[in-house]
Design a protein around this ligand. Sequence first.
Ligand SMILES: [Zn+2]
Length: 132
Amino acid sequence: MDLRFVDRNSCQDVKELDRSVKNRFNWAWLEEKDCNGDFLSDYIRKMPEAGVAWCISCQGKIVYGSTGKKVFHVHAKNSTHGKARRATKCSQSLPAIIATTKKWKTAQRNPQKLPKHFHTVLLKIFKISLKL
Ligand SMILES: [Zn+2]
């Protein structure tokens, strides 16, 4: 596939390009961080097509013409993007099971802080996690 993106520094007017869509592209959108702590500018590229951008992590189009920048934040949350960004980056968020193990270790260091039924709860969490 031949991919071309609109460069921020180019003289191409994205507002003019997007004149047919409700939400026109705004470069300032890309200065925002998503829920993963990534700047949208790290992976979102504007395509020379009205209302369409490209995610370089997922290698897929994102249509923002009707919803605007919100769609990028929704996109950042979906699991496909999550997997793709983990594959391209080393900064990984901890899977739930490791987070649970961490809690477990902290709890072992501070046993006095444990609620009485903590072990039972933790065991349940582990059993549920293993089934997944
Ligand atoms: Zn993506």
